[in-house]
Ligand binder design. Structure first.
Ligand code: ATP
Ligand code: MG
Length: 561
């Protein structure tokens, strides 16, 4: 992360051009417009950083607007989660708005449309309308209801609003052009009947406006200058503009829709609809499961807002859809945690190690640096004794010269402590090593300044003192999907690529200072990775999530395949 001024992205260039043409800078206004039908994911983070980033660059207000026009899918829980996530990312919105605030205004405008012969009530089935829509190369056919009188349309539309008709019996359509080369301009639907209570307007309405009719008009009401959306809306721009042209007061600003590419992340899905399936089918434990690419899942996993923002900044915005490798996201959290996370020792797969020449019953308190990257992080005391735990993988009876860990007859340094030498090991009846017997060099204590303390040995191992170790549940996460782009397979559903081993729960031993660690605290377990205390943690049952390993082992494994 350098301090060099960032180059402008193509959306910023568009804004710059508008300013160069004389557009008043103080009129700039942006919005982030989520639909509250699920939790925000890492794709949304790109849109949030883009819109709020523009706000910061130009000192312009940014609204948080809930695009809440579909009561069948939207809930207050999602509204709350979205607000929490945007705040957690570190952004402050100017006004909290809801498309549902504009239902009356939209309705009034629709009545004007009808009076002006620009909208009509169609009473056909959706299948009939679909057939009449034509194809991209073939013009559509007019609905038999297209030329209803304004009086008849007004009466029907009011009846729709008053709940006199069942769902699907009528819709209101804009009267544009059934032969337009843009299919979206072929008399698009403005309203449908839905007898569903809305999370904000309750049962006030039983007709709900469609996205295209709502979005541009909401931008207009809020006087948003640049309305940024993803590429799939490029073909909607003509309709966005058409609707605006019908309602706009010439003295008011005309919002401008511009499109940028959706961001996809490898080995996961970024679609609220698909993420909801993972939650509903119990593949994950809720929207904030640490395996989820949601902002709340990443937070629980141990990601920092800074790491997500610097990731979004690095990938920037693009004009074409693409997939960003999740290892880039992991790179950003590693970078940040390397700077801020206190170092501690924890052993994930413990095996007992006894130092036979260390006095029985004695505990010695050693001094350890909390973070070599941050002098202000200070030091802590670590207990050391005759019986310790080290990782099973760190000991072999025999090994070649490239094995820089402990082997029989070989020496290693125990981090922040002494040089030890493995003398023998004890096995159970199945041949598993259950105890390693060592001797230590009492003069070799780290930091003591003695000649022996400076003696170089090849390996350094982490450890914890058996008597003082605290046990902790550790949740080890892997990719949620085995396929790089699970939802792009032409014959298979994304659910077929779920990684059955995405979660492994183990019991580890950690140093005693972690006993009172609190949820969301992040640590580096030396030599292993970054670990974050999970909210499931209690006073007598510590739970850690592995945020990320120290190195990118996944990429290495893939290369070997
Ligand atoms: P989803 O399919 O996940 O529901 P959406 O686009 O329907 O996505 P919205 O709540 O409508 O979700 O999105 C709010 C804003 O975030 C929109 O401007 C949308 O274009 C943008 N956005 C959504 N997903 C992505 C993504 N993957 N990359 C970049 N921007 C995104
Ligand atoms: Mg959507």
């Amino acid at each position: 992360m350098s301090d060099a001024p960032k180059s402008l992205n193509f959306i910023e260039h568009i804004v710059e051009e508008d300013l160069a043409k004389g557009f008043p800078k103080e009129s700039l206004r942006f919005r982030f417009p989520p639909e509250p039908n699920g939790y925000l994911h890492i794709g949304h983070a790109s849109s949030i950083c883009l819109n709020f980033g523009l706000g910061e660059r130009y000192g312009a207000p940014v609204n948080l607007r809930f695009d809440d026009t579909n009561p069948t899918k939207e809930e207050q829980e999602y509204v709350e989660a979205i607000k929490r996530d945007v705040e957690w990312l570190g952004y402050t919105w100017d006004e909290e708005r809801y498309a549902s605030d504009y239902f009356q205004q939209l309705y009034d405008w629709a009545v004007e449309f009808i009076k002006a012969g620009k909208a009509y009530v169609d009473s056909q089935s959706s299948e009939e309308m679909a057939i009449q829509k034509g194809t991209p190369t073939e013009a559509g056919v007019d609905s038999p209801f297209r030329n209803r009188s304004a009086e008849e349309n007004l009466a029907l539309f009011e009846g729709m609003k008053n709940g006199e008709f069942p769902e699907g019996s009528h819709v209101l359509r804009a009267k544009i052009d059934m032969s337009s080369s843009n299919m979206l301009m072929r008399d698009p639907i403005m309203y449908r009947i839905l007898h569903k209570a809305h999370h904000r307007t309750n049962t006030d309405w039983c007709i709900y406006p469609m996205y295209d009719w709502t979005h541009g008009e909401s931008d207009y009401i809020e006087q948003v200058t640049h309305s940024l959306c993803t590429l799939e809306f490029a073909s909607h721009r003509e309709l966005y503009d058409w609707f605006l042209d019908q309602v706009r007061d010439p003295d008011k600003l005309r919002p401008k829709q511009r499109e940028f590419a959706r961001r996809n992340l490898s080995h996961t899905v970024v679609s609220k609809r698909k993420l909801l399936q993972l939650v509903e089918k119990g593949v994950v434990n809720g929207w904030d499961d640490p395996r989820m690419p949601t902002i709340s899942g990443l937070r629980r996993r141990g990601y920092t807002p800074e790491s997500i923002r610097s990731f979004a900044d690095t990938i920037g915005i693009a004009k074409r859809d693409n997939v960003v490798d999740v290892s880039l996201l992991e790179f950003h959290i590693r970078e940040h945690l390397n700077k801020i996370a206190p170092r501690v020792m924890g052993v994930l797969n413990p095996v007992k190690l006894t130092i036979t020449n260390y006095p029985e019953g004695e505990t010695e308190w050693l001094v350890a640096e909390n973070n070599p990257e941050d002098a202000s992080a200070g030091e802590r005391k670590l207990p050391f004794g005759r019986e310790l735990f080290i990782e099973q993988e760190d000991f072999r009876e025999e090994a070649n010269r490239k094995f820089f860990r402990l082997k029989l007859g070989g020496e290693v340094r125990l981090k922040n402590a002494y040089i030890i030498k493995a003398e023998s090991c004890i096995k159970d009846t199945d041949g598993n090593i259950i105890e390693i017997k060592c001797t230590y060099d009492p003069k070799s204590r780290s930091g003591s300044g003695s000649e022996e303390s400076l003696r170089k040995v090849k390996g350094t191992l982490h450890w914890v003192a058996a008597e003082h170790a605290v046990s902790a549940e550790v949740r080890l996460y892997d990719r949620l999907f085995t396929h790089e782009t699970p939802d792009s397979h032409k014959d298979k559903n994304f659910m077929e690529f779920i990684n059955p081993d995405s979660l492994k729960v183990i019991t580890a031993y950690v140093e005693p200072g972690l006993k009172d660690a609190q949820p969301e605290e992040r640590y580096q377990f030396q030599r292993l990775g970054y670990f974050t205390v999970d909210p499931d943690s209690t006073e007598d049952h510590l739970v850690f999530n592995r945020t990320v390993t120290l190195r990118d082992t996944w990429a290495k494994l893939q290369q070997r395949k």
